[in-house]
Design a binder for this molecule. Structure first.
Ligand code: FES
Ligand code: FES
Length: 159
């Protein structure tokens, strides 16, 4: 099958890659683009481990064709820290041990950032609802939810 040429932008950098017409965005990120921070949990849109942003909107990379990224701005977990400077959510997840195996963590962080960008002052219920599409088999969710709430409070204080 002949490959398709895709031109897009990932974490603010212009990129080009070749892919099969049926390749998912998750395949492209973890394959030709070499960005393995985005994880595959289920491959069927059920776990949120592959969460990325497309023009700022949260999307499951396993449900998106790679060719659909043409001309769009893709955001992945690799773009969350700025150099050595972790995003406040990443810092708080570390401080509060809001992760164990870490497979869900990139998706949790991407979904949490998307949530706080829309709603900087969420209630606990809103955080739980905002992360309802992200499954974690390890932490029991409480530490994750507390980390997001604490980060939101700190970011509001710093604003
Ligand atoms: S790997 Fe995409 S939602 Fe589970
Ligand atoms: S930390 Fe293991 S699945 Fe969430």
């Amino acid at each position: 099958m002949s490959k398709l040429h895709v031109t897009t932008s990932v974490n603010g950098e212009p990129v080009e890659f070749l892919c099969d017409p049926s390749a998912s965005m998750l395949d492209a990120l973890r394959g030709p683009l070499g960005l393995t921070g985005t994880k595959e949990g289920c491959g069927t849109g059920d776990c949120g481990a592959c969460s990325i942003t497309v023009d700022g909107r949260l999307v499951c990379a396993c449900l998106m064709l790679a060719v659909e990224s043409e001309g769009h701005e893709i955001g992945t977990i690799e773009g969350m820290a700025k150099g050595d400077h972790l995003h406040p959510l990443q810092q708080k997840f570390l401080e509060m041990a809001a992760l164990q195996c870490g497979i869900c963590t990139p998706g949790m962080l991407m979904a949490s950032r998307a949530l706080l960008e829309k709603n900087p002052n969420p209630t606990e219920e809103e955080v739980r609802f905002g992360l309802a599409g992200n499954l974690c088999r390890c932490t029991g969710y409480d530490k994750i939810v507390r980390a997001v709430l604490e980060t939101a409070a700190e970011m509001r204080g710093a604003a």
